[in-house]
Design a binder for this molecule. Structure first.
Ligand SMILES: Cc1cc2nc3c(=O)[nH]c(=O)nc-3n(C[C@H](O)[C@H](O)[C@H](O)COP(=O)(O)O)c2cc1C
Length: 233
């Protein structure tokens, strides 16, 4: 027997994994980064084979990780967690730096960062696990790190299919009462109140319009209007 709800008892943080390949920067959100050994300092991360970042790390043999702060925005998570590095330059307009090996890492909305050399890859089916030897580590800010639970429960964020921790429940629309509460908190005070808002069922973005215009695309994850559900504003 496999009780899927048992997996909900697992705790994670939220991270940005990044690398560079052929002079191009790649990066994505993960919750599967963790320390494996202390001496020497080794870590692991599980990346879906369909992520552009995965192939780039296979090519470069290096990756960096930024530990997101609890105050990290859905805008940042939306771009890195739902879009492809092949379609958008995720680092444009985002504060970042290069580590000693020239790998870019995000410095804003992050509390710490690590740089790794890949010492082993494990094919685990849909994902590849990259074991890395830590070559650089640095604390960036004295703030609380983002947890996976905070992302889901407070930010009302979703988990896409490619994440290791995805469950079909993640695709279901947010529950009415909670979605309404979020809409109320975030609605701009200026102007006539809107009767309805629309929430993206993929990334959780809320748009305060009575109707979504023809050809509308979610500014965070790029999904079309058919992936939005109407909620009371
Ligand atoms: C909360 C959250 C957790 C995620 N965790 C992982 C993960 O652990 N492993 C993974 O491969 N993708 C994970 N993803 C999905 C990738 O971030 C997503 O597929 C991204 O668009 C890939 O970008 P890329 O194609 O530019 O690499 C996660 C996304 C979110 C929003």
């Amino acid at each position: 027997m496999i009780d899927r709800s048992a997996f909900h008892a697992l705790s994670y943080g939220l991270y940005l994994v990044s690398t560079t390949d052929a002079d191009r920067a790649f990066g994505c959100v993960v919750n599967t980064f963790q320390q494996v050994t202390s001496t020497p300092a080794r870590v692991s991360v599980a990346l879906n084979k369909e992520n552009a970042t995965t192939q780039a790390i296979l090519n470069s043999g290096r990756y960096a990780v930024s530990v997101l702060s609890q105050s990290a925005t859905m805008d940042l998570i939306g771009v890195f967690g739902f879009r492809s590095s092949l379609e958008v330059n995720k680092f444009a307009g985002i504060e970042h730096a290069l580590d000693g090996a020239g790998v870019p890492y995000v410095t804003e909305q992050a509390v710490a960062r690590f740089s790794m050399r890949v010492i082993e890859t494990v094919d685990v089916g849909t994902h590849i696990m990259f074991i890395g030897e830590v070559e650089e580590a640095e604390a960036l800010a004295d703030e609380a790190p983002m947890t996976y639970a905070y992302y889901h429960e407070v930010l009302r964020g979703k988990t896409p299919k490619r994440a290791s921790s995805y469950t079909p429940k993640d695709e279901a629309p947010a529950e009415g009462a909670q979605a309404e509460a979020t809409a109320e908190e975030e609605q701009p005070a200026e102007g006539a109140p809107k009767k309805y808002a629309w929430q993206c069922t993929i990334c959780g973005h809320i748009e305060y319009l009575d109707e979504l215009p023809e050809g509308y695309e979610c500014p965070l994850c790029g999904m079309g209007a058919d992936m939005f559900e109407r909620i009371e504003a």
